[in-house]
Design a protein around this ligand. Structure first.
Ligand code: PEP
Length: 255
């Protein structure tokens, strides 16, 4: 396996924090700091901020993503936004299955699968989040949980479509808690995800597959995490709301 085969992806998950004006201002601050990145840079923002973000990043190396999408193409789903709508406004990425969606909004492995299917059909690239709770880690079933989440989400996804999937390993106990998985823990699970992809697809597909780590990654711990063989980038919440910290993480991922 060769880490050099993969381009790292650093994605910010801005969650429910900024207005469109604040989004523009933060992107304006970030753009010069990440312009020489030798990795892919993505910012995922709330639906109402997408236009502002797309406008502010036009012509730059920053790509924009949404934080969720619905599984239906259209219909009576008040308050929802379809993958097709995201594609229509020019959004290339979408986060699916974030643990906050699973925890607070009734997201299940099956609805994650349905959303992944819709996003792929609309031509989007998916950042698929998987991760175990603290209880599950203590019970020693981390890899079983990750394998189940991954297999259900990817059911029916072709090898060609897999090229538009990134998996973010996000241990639930490390998200927004300030507690980070050790670099060894992240590498072990990310390596397990890569082995699973090899068994479901092929070794070549697995070698090219991007597996991020997410969970309190910050300017201080990013370099150690990103140096690991199987950590091909990060999905970053809190630290992505600070331009200098995010730029430090991007620099750490740039080869
Ligand atoms: C996330 O929301 O995906 C995340 C990893 O958050 P944080 O970096 O704040 O833990």
């Amino acid at each position: 396996m060769n880490k050099a085969l993969r381009k790292a992806v650093i994605a910010g998950n801005w969650k429910m924090n900024n207005t469109p004006d604040e989004t523009k201002a933060l992107i304006t601050e970030m753009k010069p700091l990440v312009k020489d990145a030798d990795c892919d840079v993505v910012l995922c923002v709330p639906f109402v901020d997408l236009y502002a973000a797309l406008e502010a990043t036009a012509g730059s190396n920053i790509k924009i993503g949404a934080e969720n999408c619905h599984w239906a193409e259209k219909g009576a789903f008040t308050g929802e936004v379809s993958a097709k709508m995201l594609a229509a406004v020019g959004v290339p990425y979408v986060i699916i299955g974030h643990s906050e969606r699973r925890q607070y909004f009734g997201e299940t492995d099956v609805t994650v699968h349905n959303r992944v299917r819709a996003a792929l059909d609309a031509g989007l690239t998916v950042i698929l989040c998987v991760g175990e709770t603290l209880d599950q880690r203590k019970q020693n079933i981390t890899m079983e949980i990750i394998a189940m989440q991954t297999k259900i989400a990817l059911a029916g996804v072709s090898a060609e479509e897999l090229k538009r999937i990134i998996i973010a390993y996000e241990p639930v106990w490390a998200i927004g808690t300030g507690e980070t998985a050790t670099a060894e823990q992240a590498d072990e699970v990310n390596g397990g995800i890569r082995a699973l992809i090899a068994s479901l697809y092929s070794q070549a597909d697995a070698d090219a597959f991007v597996v991020q780590y997410g969970g309190s990654m910050n300017a201080k711990n990013a370099a150690e995490l990103l140096a690991k063989e199987h950590v091909d980038g990060g999905l970053i919440g809190g630290a992505s709301l600070n331009a200098a910290d995010f730029a430090t993480i991007v620099a750490a991922a740039s080869k």
